[in-house]
Ligand binder design. Sequence first.
Ligand SMILES: [Zn+2]
Length: 401
Amino acid sequence: MTKVFSKALNKTIEVSRIIGEIKGTQPGPTLIFTAGIHGNEPSGIFALHKVINEIKEKNIPIKGNIYAISGNLTALENGSRYINQDLNRMWTSERMQQIKSGNIEKVGEDTIQQLNIYNVINNILTTEEGPFYFMDLHTTSSETIPFLTVNDSLINRKFTEQYPVPLILGIEEYLDGPLLSYINELGYVAFGFEGGQHDSHSSIENHIAFIYQSLVFTEAVSKEEIDFQCYYDLLAKTSFDSRNIYEIYYHYRIKEDENFTMKPGFLNFQRINKGQELADSDGETITAKKQGRILMPQYQSQGDDGYFSIRKIPQVFLNLSSFFRKLRFDKLLPIMPGVSWRSDKKDTLIVNRKIAWLFAKQFFHLMGYRSKKLDKTHLIIKNREAASRKNEYGTVMWLRN
Ligand SMILES: [Zn+2]
């Protein structure tokens, strides 16, 4: 058992890898919640612990299964983001290949944690019935309203649009190896929820409200069994623009040995103007290159994400993009010179950079593609929809509407 301390509650609880699990009496979805992948974010652990206990005490009927899994236990006990390596940047496809083939070097506490979590998740995926839903609970170092981080596939979008909080699409293009990218590659609904500031009491309340709403949206619990409206309103009132969907257009990555300090006082989603002073790096001032909003300004010592810049995605663009993706309009792209499929799977395109300039990045986003890897002459872009297991979600309400 690991002791986890909450500054917000001034309380310690003991948890193991599985914080709790509930087997329903009727068939239904399998929900997998993870929390504390970052050890300085105990809020989600406390929330899951509380909700699991409440469901058991009140005998709330469950369809399917619920699993609550803890993240970096050593870092949680330590109260730090990680020990040697960020556990939420270790799920790259290269590493996952090594893990699956048993060729990973078992050095470092964070690697041991990763292997353990991988085995637990793998075990659930092989023993339980789908559909599967993955929800990863986090908090931020700056003050923030709650929001969702979502890899941009249509099933993810459709499912997460049910929550009354802003969505941030496309974070996977800027981060290497977050847990959720790995799960998304498997084709399941998977997304993150940022509940608030690391140590504020409201973050725990927001996480609890989020967990209960997730139980209802996945149809694991019926609305009438819990105080649904109360949880819904609690999240809805935190947001000034709950229905908006944003995309990331810039990521400031802190280099090794760089001395980076955010200017004080930035709040998440705060508007920034072109030229506005944002941070100091090795004695120089960093200014905003464009007008937009700031996301996750870093006010902690560990981690290499300085800040992100985001902008609202117009509704017309969202509608167009679902339309094109449903039609698989991208199948026509290889008739263009310099564009070809990378393999028979038809989920990845190779684009000659000589012609890539013809397309705006947004054009590929519209088609459901995310660009990641570059070599000197070619751009490799990957379709997020190809792996999607939409059919496994059957006739659930959120897909019908
Ligand atoms: Zn986190």
